[in-house]
Design a protein around this ligand. Structure first.
Ligand code: HEC
Length: 163
């Protein structure tokens, strides 16, 4: 009998603890919402407080960390994007369709041996143009306004998509 009571007690006690914990969470959330509202309102009336608030909110280390990450990520991302964009505007006319004997983007059979020459050869052929067995690759795809880096990025894009 006393065993039952103990069990009941444990059961009830756990239930109560859980309920209290849930209540605490709800109160905490309400407090957060109300707190941020009040601060926002009082800060809106007071520019000086707005500034200090902004300073308080801004974690000291975060900004420099974020910009360091951006500096590391953005050039890689934009180079990749540029390569794709350059490919679309200046290379896809031939390499998208295989027109004029151009190795088609994504055509592994066409690209394997070319890729095996190494990137330097591919860059050289793309930048300076060359006459191959299949056809004529014009220098920079015929778009002289492209920078060397843009052409190289386009080659990288084509290689990556054709492996
Ligand atoms: C007017 C059509 C044309 C355009 C535009 C063109 N290509 Fe080509 N490209 C070719 C042809 C044709 C070949 C194959 C030549 C051969 O091997 O006979 C080729 C081959 C290549 C190769 C392989 C080179 C090798 O050594 O096998 C690369 C890399 C390349 N093109 C990059 C580019 C890039 C980058 C662009 C855009 C900036 C571009 N091409 C635009 C026609 C074109």
């Amino acid at each position: 009998m006393s065993n039952m009571t103990d069990r009941d007690f444990v059961k009830n006690f756990s239930l109560m603890t859980a309920a209290l914990a849930a209540l605490a969470v709800v109160i905490f959330i309400i407090a957060q919402v109300m707190g941020s509202k009040t601060t926002a309102i009082s800060a809106a009336d007071n520019p000086e407080e707005q500034q200090t608030l902004a300073q308080r909110i801004k974690p000291v280390g975060e900004f420099s960390t974020a910009s360091a990450v951006m500096n590391a990520v953005v050039p890689v991302a934009s180079a990749a994007t540029d390569g794709k964009a350059t490919y679309s505007t200046s290379c896809a006319a031939c390499h998208g369709t295989g027109a004029a004997g151009a190795p088609k983007l994504g055509d592994k059979a066409e690209w394997t041996a070319r890729i095996a020459q190494g990137k330097d050869v591919l860059y050289k052929h793309a930048l300076g143009g060359y006459q191959g067995k299949k056809g004529f690759m014009p220098a920079k795809g015929g778009n002289g306004s492209l920078s060397d880096d843009a052409v190289k990025a386009a080659v990288d894009h084509m290689v990556a998509a054709s492996k």
